[in-house]
Design a binder for this molecule. Structure first.
Ligand code: FCB
Length: 461
């Protein structure tokens, strides 16, 4: 670990580290921005159901309207193009194109994504389509959801439908966003849809995601000439909360049972021994028959990076530990520990451990409580500093040989932050949810300057 953070050392040199064809983009997801939940034949997803369950969402809200992007996509595309975006990572809503998950196609739903893709290409922005950002059609959940092995076929058919519709114009594909969050937060912790609390189910879900990725990846490559297929995986920096042996052991067991649990199989190594031991000891594998999942064949690995997670063990038992920010650390409004060097180190670790062909930072960003000032501007100095320092850390990784080809900010717009509802703002563009007015924040101008003028600065004057 270096003493002076990368950004402070030499921002101008770091900004020049990015090659001319580096893909600067924005990321969003369907349920978090689209709204139009009951329009044009869209089916119900598990997030429509979950967000209506009492106590599930901090502010009791849902994504029925969200950023109304379904109706305002043209304005949003203009906005991102103005801000210099070269790429845009968005997700398609499975229930919008296949209302019950399989069978009957909803043409108006597919048409929406056609319009969106055409608008992006017209504005010179490369689309990156993510097929699954957690909003499974409810009809499929009713048939067991991702715990049902049939989901591999359901997902492959859905992927093939979208790929055959948009594959003539879209080459960049992503099968899953954060499969670990979907599996574990949705099926073991119960704080995301579908709200289950059963570890063996979560383990089955994870296994089926890996199988669905491999199968859908093959289908996409068969349909789209020159397709690049990847996954976005959230790897935050995992550290022991203290120097104690117990915390250090817990940190490595947790990182194996969570991150390597997906990454090792994706890179053809099967489930990791340490993770297997931890899950088995905690009873998570009771009644589960695990066989080796197929390798993932990734053209790129997407990295969603936000923070450092410190692991504090309560005892020597697996999963008897607590994960979070250490006391006194610099934190965002999510209570996430700000650790830009962790981005550099995570990129280096992934490169050394798995040697993916390419790595793309598919999400990075921060929530802070911002508001439109009387001068009509949003002065989000905290976010701007967070982003600058993380971009500088990414530049360092690039300089150290990591094949990093792109960086997507989470997010273009303030949006529906899952179980926290609208109480956390991650956008570079502020959204007034009363009237849907969009106001680019200072961080948006900063990003524009970075992309267009290669300037990495905290000073916008
Ligand atoms: C990631 C999610 C994304 C958003 C950010 C803040 O885990 O992929 O949808 O919620 O966190």
């Amino acid at each position: 670990m270096t003493a002076t953070p990368a950004f402070e050392r030499d921002p101008a040199r770091l900004a020049r580290a990015f090659p001319a064809d580096f893909t600067w983009g924005f990321a969003t997801s369907a349920y978090q921005i689209e709204g139009a939940a009951a329009e044009d034949g869209r089916g119900t997803s598990i997030w429509d159901t979950f967000s209506r369950q009492a106590g599930s969402i901090a502010d009791g809200s849902n994504g029925d309207i969200a950023c109304d992007h379904y109706h305002r996509y043209a304005e949003d595309v203009r906005l991102m193009a103005d801000l210099g975006a070269r790429a845009y990572r968005f997700s398609t809503s499975w229930a919008r194109v296949l209302p019950t998950g399989t069978g009957a196609i909803n043409q108006p739903g597919l048409d929406f994504y056609q319009r969106l893709v055409d608008a992006l290409l017209g504005a010179g922005v490369q689309p990156l389509i993510n097929l699954f950002h957690w909003d499974l059609p409810q009809a499929l959940q009713d048939r067991g959801g991702f715990a049902n092995p049939q989901v591999v076929d359901w997902f492959t058919d859905y992927a093939a439908l979208v790929a055959s519709t948009l594959g003539d114009r879209v080459k960049d594909w992503m099968t899953f966003n954060e499969p670990a969050v979907f599996a574990f937060l949705g099926h073991a912790d119960g704080i995301h849809a579908p709200g289950l609390r059963d570890w063996p189910t979560a383990i089955r879900v994870a296994d089926n995601e890996l199988r669905a990725h491999a199968s859908a990846g093959r289908a996409i490559r068969g349909l789209v000439d020159g397709a690049k297929v990847g996954v976005a995986f959230d790897v935050n920096q995992v550290a022991a909360a203290t120097e104690s042996e117990r915390d250090r052991v817990a940190a490595s067991r947790w990182s194996s049972a969570r991150d390597a649990w997906f990454l090792d199989p994706l890179f053809g190594r099967g489930y990791p021994a340490l993770g297997l031991e931890a899950h088995r000891e905690a009873g998570h594998l009771d009644g589960v028959e695990l066989t080796e999942p197929p390798a993932g064949d990734l053209d790129y690995l997407g990295l969603n990076y936000y923070r450092r997670d410190s692991v504090r063990a309560h005892s020597d038992r697996a999963f008897d530990w607590e994960i979070g920010a250490v006391e006194g650390s610099e934190q965002t409004q999510m209570d996430w520990h700000v650790a830009p060097d962790g981005l550099r180190d995570t990129l280096l670790d992934l490169h050394r451990t798995y040697a993916p062909r390419e790595i793309v930072v598919t999400e990075n960003g921060a929530a802070y409580p911002d508001a439109v000032d009387p001068d009509g501007q949003v002065h989000d100095a905290d976010r701007l500093a967070y982003l600058s320092r993380h971009v500088a850390a990414a530049a360092e990784a690039l300089g150290a040989g990591v094949p990093l080809t792109g960086y997507h900010v989470w997010s273009l717009l303030d949006n529906y932050e899952w179980s926290l509802g609208y109480s956390r703002r991650f956008g570079l563009v502020h959204v007034d949810f009363d009237n849907q007015r969009r106001t680019p924040k200072d961080s948006a101008r900063w990003y524009q300057r970075l992309v267009k003028e290669k300037e990495l600065t905290l000073d916008l004057t």
